[in-house]
Design a protein around this ligand. Structure first.
Ligand SMILES: C[S@@+](CC[C@H](N)C(=O)[O-])C[C@H]1O[C@@H](n2cnc3c(N)ncnc32)[C@H](O)[C@@H]1O
Length: 243
């Protein structure tokens, strides 16, 4: 776990790498992101009869706001990195980008509309203190069970094929490798007065599987099976509701 997680994304070269390499067209991350977009675009209109106000915590370059374009009344992205927000503007992210200090993000709520809070690609590599910052933010945006929904991505589910890398692979110190279990996420939600109401998987396989000669087979299997086998997916989005 990077102890300087928040600072890492202040560095323009880290931002460039995230936007131009990690999410370059055809990469594992962009394929998974495409599946997430497809699912979100079906899920949100079903879950919200009235278009919600979207609050994206640790929004980065605004990946989630772009996925939800046209389906929410407005998107607000909150992040501690001006460099990430600037990249988001260059990518045409819709809505409003808020530069915030760690732990001080306050959601721009709307009294007549429900809220959809998202936090993608954040909880896995941060410590409990930063996870609590997310949950405090979500609690402000979602004060009761009728206020809306919280969606949180875990891109390192501990009960997935990815775990084999920890058991048999080589983990060098220069790359982050964390795992997060459903139980840890359930505990986090529970501690902040949220119930886990669902989970949706987006890939059973790992980045390495997409690169090897049977990569096309892994992609095809994921297209069919990641959703029905969500519990064992390496990338999962949890759906939570305030109690
Ligand atoms: C891996 S990026 C994910 C960006 C985006 N959510 C996505 O899925 O593409 C993590 C983001 O968390 C932001 N971040 C780090 N610490 C934060 C904090 N304490 N509060 C809010 N955002 C933070 C970083 O600046 C970075 O943009």
């Amino acid at each position: 776990m990077a102890s300087n997680y928040t600072e890492v994304f202040q560095d323009p070269s880290a931002v460039e790498k995230y936007a131009e390499r990690t999410y370059a067209p055809g990469t594992f991350s962009s394929i998974v992101s495409g599946r997430q977009a497809g699912w979100l675009r079906g899920f949100v209109p079903n879950a919200f009869p009235l278009a919600p106000v979207h609050h994206d915590f640790a929004c980065g370059t605004g990946r989630v706001s772009r996925m939800l374009s046209g389906l929410v009344s407005v998107s607000h992205g909150y992040d501690t990195s001006e460099a990430m927000l600037q990249k988001g503007r260059e990518l045409g992210t819709p809505g409003h980008a808020h530069l915030v200090r760690p732990g001080l993000a306050v959601p721009e709520t709307d009294p007549v509309r429900p809220a959809l809070v998202t936090a993608f690609r954040f909880v896995l590599n941060v410590d409990l203190h930063l996870r609590d910052q997310l949950m405090d933010f979500a609690s402000m945006a979602l004060p009761d069970a009728d206020a809306g929904l919280l969606l949180v991505e875990n891109h390192g589910n501990a009960s997935s094929l990815r775990h084999l890398r920890k058991t048999f692979g080589r983990l060098d110190a220069s790359t982050w490798f964390q795992e997060l279990s459903h139980e840890e996420m359930r505990d986090l939600f529970d501690r902040h007065g949220f119930d886990l109401v669902g989970m949706q998987g987006f890939t059973l396989f790992t980045q390495g599987c997409y690169r090897n000669p049977w990569g096309p087979g892994a992609k095809a299997a994921d297209n069919l099976l990641a959703s029905p086998l969500s519990k064992w997916a390496s990338d999962v989005v949890y759906i939570a509701r305030r109690r």
